[in-house]
Design a protein around this ligand. Structure first.
Ligand code: AMP
Ligand code: FE
Ligand code: FE
Ligand code: ZN
Length: 311
């Protein structure tokens, strides 16, 4: 497999937009810094869309993605901010699907936000997110005095609710020092309060993204801290439904996990991407810590229903 096909990792150095630098491996053309995977307050991140764009500028990114969970609500502000700041923007979304109760996240880059079935699925997803989180809170209440659904719900400010909002409430109540600790046991799939969420099956998430003209990428498929990895048979189904790529370079993948993603990518003939999955202060992930290669980005650009905002 040619090396320029895989995601590029550049370590932690900050590069100015448009600077040239050699990448390890066969490809040594000019390097554009592309981080297509990031979240804002429109899901479980802590930056506003304009804040994300500013942070991307500071991090020396040429292109940043806005890929909130189950919504495109942050796009308008992000697009305006990106044009003003002359930062490239890749509008997208991250769908939460599940397979046998295991989370399967699918990025949908450059979807047409006006596609009615897409917006309808966002409504479904947001309802089942709230309903599922309320079930978890109800289970927890005896063990965590002071925990109230209204306060958890209020944290999302109308955005799609998720366990991070519940984690933040546990931090506020003093039960854990930070989000990451809350996820280790209390909110983990193996923990006592876990409840499944009703979601699309992975295959349908891919189909919907393609129907909306978007480019579907399987996010962090080997992130085992979040549950068991996505099995090959499920990847197979997703490939048959039109999956574009696998996200290899991600903080939640160690070297072994990356090797397994490479094996799957080779087996299915898929490109690979990288992304930070930045959530602002909600996670240690830093913008630009993982990147996507230019060749793969060009393919995404060609396949997407809408235009990338150019820097
Ligand atoms: P949910 O959508 O309710 O299943 O929650 C999943 C979200 O929780 C993911 O999108 C992540 O942003 C976040 N998350 C998962 N694992 C962790 C962790 N270990 N630490 C902090 N946030 C996490
Ligand atoms: Fe998240
Ligand atoms: Fe994810
Ligand atoms: Zn994400």
């Amino acid at each position: 497999m040619p090396h320029f096909w895989v995601a590029q990792r550049c370590g932690s150095e900050v590069h100015q937009a448009g600077s040239s630098h050699a990448v390890l491996g066969a490809y040594d053309g000019p390097m554009i810094r592309i981080d297509p995977h990031a979240h804002t307050i429109h899901s479980d991140g802590t930056d506003t869309p304009s804040g994300l764009v500013r942070a991307a500028k500071t991090a020396g990114l040429d292109y940043v993605g806005i890929s909130d969970h189950d919504t495109t609500a942050g796009w308008d502000e992000a697009i305006e901010a990106a044009k003003a700041a002359r930062v490239g923007l890749i509008p997208g979304v991250e769908f939460s699907a599940q397979w046998q109760g295991r989370p399967v996240h699918v990025l949908g880059l450059l979807v047409d936000p006006a596609y009615e079935p897409l917006q309808q699925e966002f409504v479904n997803a947001q309802n089942s997110r709230a309903e599922r989180l309320a079930r978890m809170v109800a289970k927890m209440q005896g063990d965590f005095p002071g925990l109230a659904w209204e306060n958890v719900e209020a944290r999302a400010n109308g955005a799609p609710l998720g366990r991070p909002h519940l984690a933040d409430e546990l931090v506020q109540l003093g039960y854990v020092p930070n989000r990451s600790e809350a996820f280790k046991v209390i909110l983990s799939p193996a923990g006592p309060y876990w409840e499944r969420q009703r979601t699309l099956p992975p295959r349908e998430a891919v189909e919907l993204i393609r129907a909306a003209g978007g480019v579907p990428i399987l996010a962090h498929p080997q992130a085992t801290r979040r549950g068991r990895p996505v099995p090959q048979e499920v990847v197979q189904e997703m490939v048959e439904a039109g999956l574009f790529a696998l996200e290899r370079d991600h903080r939640d993948h160690n070297e072994e996990d990356r090797a397994e993603v490479e094996r799957l990518a080779e087996y299915f003939g898929l490109p690979m991407t990288g992304g930070s999955d930045y959530h602002g202060l909600g996670k240690p992930n830093q913008l630009g810590e993982n990147l996507t290669g230019e060749e793969v980005f060009e393919q995404i650009r060609r396949q997407g229903a809408i235009e990338v905002i150019e820097p």
